[in-house]
Design a protein around this ligand. Structure first.
Ligand SMILES: [Zn+2]
Length: 504
């Protein structure tokens, strides 16, 4: 009881302090909002605090014609932006966009029962969900907005006796190798690289015939539309025209309509409960991984960091099962690692590696998620980590893996790209905060075989360059291994908290 009282008095003092601090340093100002090709302009209330411009969310929503609802009790506002409901809470950096959580570097604030959001940060965090693009002139505080131009407008379905033709109506010509089509457990996933979806139009469209449900996802560099089908498909063909992408599907003959029981999209609630984590120490046994100039083997460093991470996570997350894909110097095939993670019901997968490059000056920490590599370096790193396959006895089984199309299709099925990217960002942020001994090289995408076909958010970290003599020395020290493990632990715990926040 006493402890509870203490906690509450602490909260009261904290909130008083916050309130005083905000009142003390704010300057009242205003923001002018304009729409492109429109002479009308609107003035909305704004304040400036420590160089950051906050605008009244209610007035901003009204100017844009967004519906809004404010609950003064818990100081939460829900704003309807097209087909998205965005939840904003006072003194809270998290935005809830439908079922996903986005984090702003600064929280929204509340002044006299009005919510104010940090304008630039707010718009940046909502990129992809906010239906306008904008430019801001800081000298005279003018925000100019224009409607986002989509290049994939909508879809239409053309039902045939022996099949189905899906037309994606586009505003530009796509190349066939920019379109990946994959069939899995009743879902047809269409990924268009460079695609920008009019998600509202797609959401408002009604599926028909054998198409039971349509879901769309907008990523940074690609768009995905998934169709849930009630009929088995035997053959598919993609053709690109100047203003549409045509996906022709042929039904399997003499096969009765399939009962769709297991859509790949997991139940939202279960998806977010991270009750099992698999840590994958890269390489092992006959596969040493990369070797440093003084003889340090990658497989030793990865096992040392992974073991430390397991202990740290067990202490921080006592209710979460933490497992390693190997606990000793043994050779484990990549496919076995994936099967282990899926089979053990892991809700998060982290593969630990160290980098190597012929350029010995390269150094630093990077995190990878499964995706299409966009840089030469990302391709090289994936090739290096995938080369373990050559050591595996059953290398024939991987022949199809090598095919680019296979990788593209598997990436198209990657329902956890967004979560994996969020996890990767949390890890890199933690590495920056926890260790000043390494350089943050950022988050990348590449086609890693160990990440293919995982049913959970998954990342691969390259914890430094063993080919850099200074970093090789560092990687061997217990202090650095512990620091890296602590940073990985912090990133994972932050990500887990975000997921749990999303469940509420
Ligand atoms: Zn490796």
């Amino acid at each position: 009881m006493k402890r509870i009282f203490k906690f509450f008095s602490f909260l009261i003092i904290l909130s008083l302090f916050t309130a005083i601090k905000i009142r003390a340093s704010i300057a009242v100002t205003s923001l002018t909002v304009r729409f492109e090709k429109d002479t009308a302009q609107y003035t909305i209330s704004a304040i400036e605090q420590e160089g950051v411009l906050y605008v009244s969310l209610a007035e901003f929503s009204d100017v844009l014609g967004f519906g809004r609802f404010f609950n003064p009790k818990n100081k939460k506002m829900v704003v309807r932006m097209g087909n998205r409901a965005v939840k904003v809470s006072a003194f809270n950096p998290f935005l809830m966009v439908q079922e996903t959580v986005k984090q702003m570097p600064l929280p929204a604030i509340e002044i006299r029962n009005e919510l104010y959001v940090p304008l630039g940060i707010f718009l940046e965090t909502l990129a992809g969900d906010f239906p306008y693009q904008s430019t801001f002139q800081p000298e005279n505080k003018i925000l100019t907005l224009w409607k986002i131009q989509y290049n994939i407008k909508n879809y239409t379905l053309e039902h045939k006796k022996n099949g189905l033709v899906i037309h994606l109506h586009t505003l530009r010509t796509f190349n066939p190798n920019e379109v990946a089509v994959a069939l899995t457990q009743g879902w047809l996933h269409v990924t268009v690289y460079g695609g920008t979806l009019d998600t509202l139009a797609i959401f408002s469209n009604t599926p028909s015939g054998i198409v039971q449900k349509v879901l769309s996802y907008q990523f940074d560099h690609s768009a995905q539309i998934s169709f849930l089908l009630t009929q088995q498909i035997q053959e598919k063909r993609v053709t690109c025209f100047s203003n549409r992408i045509e996906i022709a599907l042929w039904y399997s003959e003499r096969v009765p309509p399939m009962k769709v029981e297991a859509p790949v999209l997991p139940d939202v609630k279960n998806k977010w409960v991270i009750d099992a984590i698999v840590i994958d120490p890269g390489h092992g046994g006959k596969d040493p991984g990369a070797i440093g100039s003084s003889g340090t083997k990658e497989k030793e460093i990865t096992l040392a960091i992974a073991t430390r991470l397991k202990t740290l996570l067990e202490n921080r997350l006592p209710n979460t099962r933490i497992e390693l894909t190997r606990t000793s110097d043994t050779f484990v095939e990549l496919e076995k690692r994936r099967q282990f993670a899926n089979g053990r019901g892991a809700k998060l997968f982290i593969s630990i590696h160290v980098n190597a490059n012929t350029q010995r000056s390269l150094r630093g920490f990077s995190t990878y998620v499964l995706g299409v590599a966009k840089t030469k370096e990302a391709i090289e790193v994936a090739q290096k980590e995938n080369s373990i396959v050559e050591l595996e006895k059953t290398s024939d089984a991987y022949a199809e893996f090598q095919a680019t199309e296979y990788i593209l299709n598997a990436i198209a099925q990657n329902m956890f790209l967004k979560e994996s990217q969020d996890l990767a960002r949390e890890i890199n942020t933690a590495v920056r905060q926890y260790t000043n001994m390494t350089l943050d090289r950022g988050v990348y995408q590449a086609g890693f075989l160990v990440l293919l076909g995982l049913n959970m958010p998954a990342v691969l970290v390259e914890a430094g360059y063993i080919s850099n003599p200074a970093e090789e020395r560092l990687l061997k020290t217990r202090t650095f291994q512990q620091k890296i493990a602590e940073a990985l632990c912090e990133g994972i715990v932050k990500f887990k908290k975000q997921c749990e926040w999303a469940m509420k």
